[in-house]
Design a protein around this ligand. Sequence first.
Ligand code: ZN
Length: 444
Amino acid sequence: MPSPAAKRLCDFLDASPTAFHAVDSIAAALAAKGGVRLDERSAWELEPGLTYYLSRGGSGLIAFRVGLGLAAEQGFAIAGAHTDSPALKARVEKPLSGRGMERVAVEVYGGPILSTWIDRPLSLAGRVVVSRSDQGKGGSGPQGPATETRLVNLARPIGIVPNVAIHLNREINKGFEYNAHSHLPVLVASLPETARPGTEAAPASWALRLVAQELGVEADSILGCDLYFVDAQRATILGAEGELVNAYRLDDLLGCHAVLEAFLEAPPSLRSQVACFMDNEEVGSRTAQGADSSFLRDILGRICALSGCGNQDFYRALSASFCVSVDVAQAWHPSYADKYDEAFAPVLNGGPAVKSNANFKYATDAESEARFRLVCAEAGVPCQKFMSRADMSPGSTIGPMSAAHTGIATVDVGSPLLSMHSIRETGGLRDHDAMTAALTLLFR
Ligand code: ZN
């Protein structure tokens, strides 16, 4: 039987196949604990000790609890993670039809290990904007009263990217480069008897009609969509003692879930507590809801302005703040040991890792590392360290960008993870518990 914490993580993973759903899951958890939803367009009034949250773009979210002390002196305790993961974005408007087979063209989002997406049952999830004349009722979308934004999560297999038979490519096990345009379209139907002689084009996309049917609207009322093919399999617990989790999107839903649970667990403190869930890290973060944007700084500024801060107080508050950027870390893989500097290669279930890089792919410096190590020690959890081999360059995170936009002292940390950017990644549940415990103490 999985522990209650593992069960909560798996439920979060299964409910969050896209960044939009992750934000929806996070917002629901915050609302259930009394969080008050804000809108950037409204004038706010904030009360010390209360929890607020707001979404930008539907796929980024910042939650905060206003501190009981003076903002200029106490600053902010911040933890952040990213909501997006590599995926195949569906071009559902464009059916590729021939001989009764219908495929959906895709675009690759981020840097997935493409071979892991082949021959796997895929589901479809994301958001669509529908004309409200078709709806009759419902909430208003950001586009105004004429449209409504709806989330869709089919949560069942509807397509597959079939591999070529080995008889047609005997060399495939020596490595094969999948072409996104020609090899990755997702097969969603094969009904040769319905193919009309002499025509290659189907009248309308089956996938688009399926989404419309799921939402109870007409296909032609769909005005825009951000839909992704995603793994259809649910999160799985494995290992000798059920100590491993295997799922889609652990990078970085592990981070999002740890930040969320820690934020919900922590009581109000003198410092304002801020939990950030940023989108588009996998493509460089340069969007309105990404870390390379005004989002965090805007919200911190508004909290200060509404906490009676004077002219210099916002800058003093930034200077008194600390941020933990929570992502995943490349776990040591015994089959590829030569890819690591073993002294700095964290193992699964050995504890959270501080991530460091001389060229600041990570925001960590000696002072921020020391602060996080003290937090781990106080929380009674182990702390590992990740640095890539000196002749290799690691990935990056939201840490350096949010630090650059705010000037806040920042450390990059992560739970060790195997198969990063595979459609199924594997992480350690003990690391996740330890990360959550450390972040809870940070917020306190
Ligand atoms: Zn990541």
